[in-house]
Design a protein around this ligand. Structure first.
Ligand code: PLP
Length: 476
């Protein structure tokens, strides 16, 4: 019979698919390595198997033991399916920003899921990495998989992904493009391909634009599971030991909008439903292919499926609310009202640690008509060039309310203003219809909303701005 005995035999050995490019013949051929066709649905099945089997060999994981891991979801699934076949209990720790589909999949595999708040510094006791280490220590027979620093992670790719690509391209690959999360995929695959090609294969990282791997400032971005984010209060920012920088020739930054619009197009034009990090990787691969010329052969790793993100990247409402979609060009949009009100520049920010007294002075000086200022979470520096992203927006303060709080004794002039935040302002994406935004603000009796573009706060807007713009645009 042509059949397998264990689901673990169906890990890896994923196909290569030639991706359609511009068709002008000036760029390299680009082949996608379709990791979502691995049995657990992602590139991480490979390391789930390798890390567990290595721990068994080393006596770290024994029969009846518990596998514990902090994961953005896929490693959890890779470990969970292997754990299921071997009878281990599994606990995964995830940030509460992880897509709901991944959380549901983990539970379906029988994993226990611990959700921790996203956006805490690395040394915070609630950080997923620290939490997972603590849980592993508390459970008798607990073993922390530790993909960030476990040599079995890059090794899995050195032993499987690299050789598969070399064989599938008949040794013709010239460039490998991969995202970097733990760094295991790019380090192991890249090292194998460099060794087997006598150093000829170029290895290129694809990175969310604000991730630190490509030189970004580490602020939040919207592509899950790739890159390296750094909380502004993180004291010591350690990079994973699974990431071997010496293997990587170059890292290309890719804006979230490019990543997200790339996966929409891959689904609609090429029938490929892949996740956000695949969009980052393909956008970078296209750039590499254009530079490398028609003789080159580029292989890009597509780590997982778009089905894990149907409620995010493939939901027009989600994209529109964050300002990643431009909306209806024929109608009046929120960004038309922003432009008409010339409000884009002076979005007022305050740091949460500013004293109430200084905040009152700043509000009097900078916020015309009693408009509020927005406060980013934590001490992150902000300004016209460093606009806070949606997850960084902690709340707002306004002159009237803050003055009343001081007068009534609820706030002292020396308090950090971050302790006296008003309810968060509503948010609209720049491409949302102005009419709907106006209806929502008036319906809720609110004066101000934050406008988001590409996930960043760009302006404040009120009903008068929206009404004025709609009236000006309405046919006479
Ligand atoms: C969807 C997705 N893309 C990219 C990566 C990054 O891969 P690596 O951790 O091997 O660098 C991950 C890792 O979890 C992932 O889940």
């Amino acid at each position: 019979m042509d059949a397998h005995d264990s689901v673990t035999e169906l890990i890896g050995n994923t196909p290569l698919l030639r991706l359609r490019t511009s068709g002008e013949g000036r760029e390299a051929a680009v082949y996608g390595k379709l990791e979502y066709l691995s049995v657990g649905g992602s590139v991480k099945d490979r390391i789930g198997l390798r890390m567990i089997e290595q721990a068994e060999r080393e006596g770290l994981l024994k029969p009846g033991g518990t596998v514990v891991e902090a994961s953005s979801g896929n490693t959890g699934v890779g470990l969970a399916l292997v754990a299921a076949t071997k009878g281990y209990r599994i606990v995964t720790v995830l940030s509460d920003r992880t897509s709901s589909e991944k959380v549901a999949a983990l539970r379906a595999f029988g994993a226990e899921v611990v959700l921790k708040p996203a956006g805490v510094p690395r040394h915070h006791p609630e950080h997923p990495l620290g939490t997972a280490a603590r849980i592993a220590g508390e459970i008798p027979g607990g073993w922390l998989a530790g993909q960030y620093d476990n040599p079995a992670n890059p090794e899995a790719h050195y032993l499987t992904t690299g050789p598969e690509i070399w064989r599938q391209t008949g040794g013709r690959i010239t460039h490998l493009v991969s995202c970097i999360g733990t760094g295991g995929t790019i380090s192991g695959t890249g090292r194998y391909l460099k060794e087997v090609s006598g150093g000829a294969v170029r290895v290129i990282g694809a990175d969310p634009a604000s991730s630190v791997y490509s030189g970004g400032d580490g602020r939040p971005y919207f592509v899950e599971a790739a890159g390296h984010w750094r909380h502004p209060e993180t004291v010591e920012d350690l990079w994973p030991q699974s990431y071997h920088q010496d293997v990587v020739d170059r890292v290309v930054p890719v804006a979230d909008r490019d990543s997200l619009l790339t996966i929409r197009r891959l689904a609609r034009e090429q029938g490929l439903l892949v996740g956000g990090s695949s969009g980052t990787a393909v956008a970078a691969a296209r750039q590499v292919a254009a530079e490398a010329g028609p003789e080159a052969v580029v292989v890009v790793i597509l780590p997982d499926s778009g089905r894990q993100y149907l409620t995010k990247y493939f939901d027009d409402g989600w994209l529109l609310r964050l300002g990643f979609l431009d909306g209806d060009a024929a109608g009046v949009r929120v960004d038309d009202a922003v432009a008409a009100a010339a409000r884009e520049q002076p979005l007022p920010y305050l740091n949460g640690r500013t004293t109430v007294a200084d905040a009152l002075a700043a509000l009097r000086e900078r916020c015309a008509g009693g408009a509020p200022a927005v406060l980013p979470a934590g001490p992150c520096p902000v300004g016209p060039r460093r606009r806070p992203t949606a997850p960084e927006l902690a709340g707002s303060v306004a002159l009237d309310e803050l003055t009343a709080a001081v007068e009534s004794g609820r706030a002292a002039p020396g308090d950090p203003v971050g302790d006296h935040l008003a309810a968060p302002l509503p948010r609209f994406g720049s491409g949302e219809p102005a009419e709907a935004a106006l209806a929502e603000l008036t319906g809720r009796g609110l004066d101000t909303a934050v406008v988001l573009h590409d996930g960043h706060a760009i302006a404040l807007i009120g009903p008068a701005d929206l009404r004025g713009c709609l009236a000006a645009e309405r046919p006479q």
